[in-house]
Structures are given as C-alpha cells and as structure tokens.
Design a protein around this ligand. Sequence first.
Ligand code: G3I
Length: 446
Amino acid sequence: MLRRLIAGAAVLAAALTTLATTPAAAADAPLRELAEARGRYLGTAVTAGKLTGGYADLAAAQFNSITPGNEMKWGSVEPTRGTYDWTGADRVVAFAEAHGQRVRGHTLVWHSQLPSWVSGGTWTADRLRTLMTDHITAQAGRYKGRIDHWDVVNEPLNEDGTLRQSVFGATLGESYIADAFRAARAADPAAKLYLNDYSTDGVGAKSDGMYALVKRLLAQGVPVDGVGFQAHLVLGQVPASLETNLRRFAELGVDVAITELDIRMTLPATDAKLAQQKADYASVLRACLAVTRCAGVTVWGFTDSDSWIPDFFPGQGAATPYDESLAPKPARAGIAETLAPVTPPSPGVCSVTYAVTSQWTGGFTAQVTLRNTGTAALNGWTVRWSQPAGQRVTQAWNAAVTQTGAEVTAANLSYNATVPPGGSVSFGFNGAWSGTNPPPAAFTCG
Ligand code: G3I
C-alpha cells in the first residue's frame, strides 16, 4: 500500500467566505419573517385556552405556523361517541387565520389520547376501520382547505421500527395506515399528509423502520406527502445524523419537517446549559435549512410555561425558546441567528484550510480547519465544498459531514459549535479516490 504524506502543495488556504450571517440584526427580527425569507415555516404548538395577552401576542408575532397541542386529538374532539366538541380546535384555527399563519393539524389517528369509547371498545377489524375513516372524514372534512399539513398517523412504530401494536395496529395491521391516508386525501385534497413519529430523528432502527414503511406505502400509491420528525431531544444530544436522515427521506420523494422540537435539560437551567441549548436549537434549524425538502420546524410549545416536559420527565424542563415569563432565552437567539439572511460574500468572516495528511491507493485522510476571522463569535458553522474528481467522504470526525453528488457539507457538532473571534476548529475525514485526488478549488464557510 502506497502511503505518503501530502504537505505544502495540498494545503489550500481558502479565504473565501460566504453564508456569513448577521446575528445582531437577526436577533431582533420576528422569527416568522426570518423563516419565510429562508423558504421555511417556523411553527409552534399552542394551548387554545392560553391564546390571550402576551402569550397570544408572541405566538402571533414570532411564528407563521400553529399546531394545536391537544385540541385536535380524537379524545378532545369526540369525547363521547357521536358528540363532537370542536371548540378548542376551532379557536386555534381561527387564531391562525386571523394572524396569517398556517395550521399543522395534529393528529387524526394516534394510539394515545383516544376517547375511552374507542380505546376500551371491542371491535371487529371492519368496524374499527370504519370508525377510523369516519373520524378522519369528519375532522379533515370540517377543516377542509384550512389545514396546511395533517399528521394523519402519529407514532405508528415501536422503538425497533416494527409496527406498534396499538388498537389500530393490532386489529388492522399495517393496512390501517394506507386506509387513513386515503381517507384524509379524500376529505381534504389540498392538505399535505404526513406520517409523524418520535425517536426517528437520527439514523437508527426506528428511522430505518419508518424509511422502509414510507417506501412500501409510496410503492402502493398511498398518498403520503411528508414525514414528520418530532425531535423531542435531550440537551447536547442532537443526533449527528439528523441532516443525513432528513435527506434520505427527502430522496424518497416526500417532504420532511421537524414537528415537535424541544430540547430538555435537567433543572435548574444554568448559563452553560442554556448556551448548549442555543447551539442545539441552531443545529436542528441548520439541518432543516440544508435539506431543500424540509418544509419547516415546529417547536412543541414556545414557552417553558407551556411545555409537557416537566409533567412527563420530573426534574427536567426549560426545553423551549422562551422562559416562563415569556422572555427570550439564548435558544431563541440560536434560532434567529441560524435563520438570519444569507448575505453576499463578506471577506473576513472566516477562512478555511485544507490538507491531505495521508494518502494511499484508493483512500486518503484530510484535515479541514475553519478559522473565525471576524469580530463576532460563530455560533454554529458550516463548511461547503465541491469534490473536483469524484472523491467520496467515507467517514468523518468532529463534524457532521454529508455528501450529495460532488457537493459536501460539514456542519458543527453540538460540542464545537462556537468559534470565538480569532479561534479555529478542525475536523477530519477519510475519503475514497481513484485517478487523481486534487484538493477542492474553493470553500464556503459561515
Ligand atoms: O385537560 C386536562 C385538564 O382538564 C386536567 O385538569 C389536567 C390534569 O392533569 O389534565 C389535562 O389534560 C392534559 C392534557 O395534556 C392537556 O393539558 C393531560 O393530562 C396530559 O396527559 C396531556 O399531555 C399531552 C400529551 O401529548 C399526552 O400524551 C401534552 O399536553 C401534549 O403536549 C403531548 O403532545 C404529544 C404529541 O401529541 C405527540 N408527540 C409527543 C408529544 C409529547 O408527549
């Protein structure tokens, strides 16, 4: 095996800089405007009963998509068989329409928050299928033309990626999913229809199961338009493969969205934890921005006073971008800075050096260093380049690296997101080559 150290000639100092953001200006702009300018929506789950005062003002000003946190669940809308209560759901939809916001409908078929007359009943398969499709027809029909995305089926999978044996899965098998989507399409042809689940954010057994399921459904002609990734995340643990995972679903021909983002921490919140949370929010937003078919990001409650976390994870909380008094937290700035407009090249913000440190027949190792040459800290960064001779990245460290064709994107991980002025960060990768292995001609960074 031929091994040689490439020095000097292969070191490319690239003072090329793009994607420089303007964090200070972005910090004050409404998040919904920043998102809109980047071709994404930014949504929040809300509680209908709280939509007054400062809570309502913030929800209206900062978000351009609204999800009812509970009000559209089967148990809320049809607590007793045949008796509908649309009060909460109507209120949320009316609020959204009054403020020029889209609505993510959540959710038509879910094993949880079912009325007891459904969950406790004994049903033949035919009867249950009819109940389910009648419910979808009634609810999606009521809001026909007013819902942007419907979570048609929520949380259909077990942790190992197999079909959850809910009342629907156990009684009807996987066919209930196809039936639900077809009923939803018939009831509201304009709505984008989503499958939605948790713990599918990174590549793993459960997301592999979801990937295979979506593939099967599409092959059967089932009208699945999108896949939602809930992203109920833990501080410092944004999956490194989030972007790769979103991209592989997008490549199946569906839209993707982050649908229930929150990032919980063990209380009390400290400055260090809130800074980490800011970086984590930023990396989730970056992953969505990096994937063209990512429609948007929804936070699961925008204020810590309206989050499910403390009730379900005792001792944990502070998971949202605003605190309990509706004051913005660093996480809110992380979202704003990541959504900040892409500006034309602005020399001096960062530079990149690239060195092949080792090369052998068919393979090589490269080290890339990003230096912050600006005056403000980089809070989250990406480096992009094009491989000039078909080289493929096979493994990377200290960055989340993805490659589509010749185009490579490297993004920070949670632990190296922040680069102070004058500071630098390095990451490396192994690559495969054949023929020649020239260095990239240019890099963009920011
Ligand atoms: O409405 C009653 C109220 O009358 C009663 O006084 C109170 C006493 O605890 O309970 C209230 O109901 C609660 C309801 O939220 C409304 O606040 C339920 O107990 C509580 O279980 C329910 O929790 C919801 C949870 O789904 C149920 O699984 C959360 O608010 C909601 O944020 C959460 O959302 C889910 C998504 O739908 C799907 N993905 C996971 C996500 C988090 O669990």
